[in-house]
Design a protein around this ligand. Structure first.
Ligand SMILES: Cc1cc2nc3c(=O)[nH]c(=O)nc-3n(C[C@H](O)[C@H](O)[C@H](O)COP(=O)(O)OP(=O)(O)OC[C@H]3O[C@@H](n4cnc5c(N)ncnc54)[C@H](O)[C@@H]3O)c2cc1C
Length: 338
């Protein structure tokens, strides 16, 4: 059986991977995206419970950067995003008008990823288990081993999983990182976040705009997805703060649910029986920033790491990093081909 080969394999069909893949494909490189998830989007994540629709990863995003603002305009024109609010939610409950739009997916955050997925070659439910350097000359490329035992070759790889997970894949494949690269990447760490999603038996009672940012732990964020405009019925997303998420990480779901829902100020409805779920994000948000927009691995076939750890711990940063990583790879690939 012959092994498939692509110019570039992008690991991860979150925002950074999807935007990078568009740029690489537009430049004429045959590009494949692999994602272990059932769908695309990564931390742009929307889930249904009954009739309720919940964003359980990223909640909204801003668009201050010019290149990202232009991209958001295209999404808005395609009906993929809408403005949620244009105020700053202060931890003391104050709402300060600053005129900067806070965007949401029109039907939830995954709408953005689904929109970007059109026209790309993507395989979901495809978990990469190891990344190996192919034997041969220095430009022989890469072999990606999937957890079903199959393999795919690539001239270059663009790696967007949270950095500790990318390091595990490189280690599993015995990739010899330089000491500097290893040290730089090991320094990148993430905060966890536990999310509780609760279908409610009535209106949540949250203040405008249907969300609040509590002043301190245990909660980091509470949002009413009906007021947000993505759920036809009251549907609450509650995010624990980093410290609480670490403390409750191994606790039973019942304890997590009781602690977090019990801490929501002014909640005027109760969860529907069977309508509550817990999602644990081990790598929710980077806590240490990397200096560059993307990270090329030295002394190896073309390989670049990207994602929100490289250009800011949020949606706009993930976008900027995806583009920067694609540009780095394009430079490297054109040098290889010259
Ligand atoms: C709870 C929470 C709340 C947040 N709130 C906000 C917010 O309000 N505003 C904001 O701007 N940002 C927010 N963020 C951050 C935002 O979601 C991220 O910055 C952004 O989505 C990261 O995109 P990415 O492409 O870098 O990574 P990801 O979206 O994580 O994409 C990486 C992809 O790699 C895939 N993957 C991993 N390992 C493998 C493997 N072995 N094989 C194949 N695929 C693999 C994953 O399935 C995933 O799809 C939040 C995040 C969380 C978790």
């Amino acid at each position: 059986m012959t092994t498939e080969r692509f110019d570039v394999v992008v690991v991860g069909a979150g925002l950074s991977g999807l935007l990078a893949a568009h740029r690489l494909s537009a430049a004429g490189h045959r590009t494949l995206l692999l994602d272990k998830g059932r769908g695309v989007g990564g931390r742009l994540a929307t889930r249904r419970i009954g009739d309720g629709v919940f964003d359980h990863g990223a909640q909204f995003f801003t668009s201050a950067d010019a290149a990202f603002a232009a991209e958001v305009t295209r999404w808005r024109e395609a009906g993929v995003v809408e403005q949620w609010f244009d105020t700053r939610l202060e931890p003391d409950g104050a709402v300060v008008v600053d005129g900067h739009p806070r965007w949401r997916g029109a039907t939830g955050m995954t709408a953005i990823a689904k929109h970007l997925a059109a026209g790309l070659e993507i395989r979901t439910a495809s978990r990469v288990a190891a990344i190996e350097v192919l034997a041969g000359d220095s430009d022989a490329g890469w072999n990606l081993v999937l957890d079903d035992g199959s393999a795919i070759e690539a001239s270059a790889v663009l790696l967007t999983a949270p950095v500790p997970q990318t390091l595990e894949l490189l280690e599993a494949g015995g990739v010899p990182l330089t000491a500097d690269d290893r040290q730089e990447l090991l320094a990148i760490t993430y905060h966890p976040c536990i999310a509780v999603l609760a279908l409610l038996d009535g209106p949540s009672g949250l203040p405008d705009p249907g969300a609040l940012r509590p002043a301190s732990e245990p909660l980091d964020w509470v949002a009413d997805n009906q007021r947000k405009g993505i759920s036809p019925v009251p549907a609450l997303t509650v995010h624990a703060g980093p410290q609480t998420s670490r403390q409750l990480w191994d606790a039973p779901d019942d304890e997590v649910i009781a602690t977090l829902l019990g801490a929501v100020p002014g909640l005027s409805a109760a969860p529907v029986e069977g309508g509550v779920q817990v999602q644990r994000w081990r790598y929710a948000r980077p806590e240490t920033a990397h200096q560059g927009f993307a990270k090329e691995l030295f002394g190896l076939p073309p390989a670049v790491l990207a994602g929100d750890a490289f250009a800011g711990a949020r949606v706009p940063g993930a976008a900027a990093s995806g583009w920067a990583a694609a540009d780095l790879l394009l430079t490297r690939l054109s040098a290889v081909q010259a």
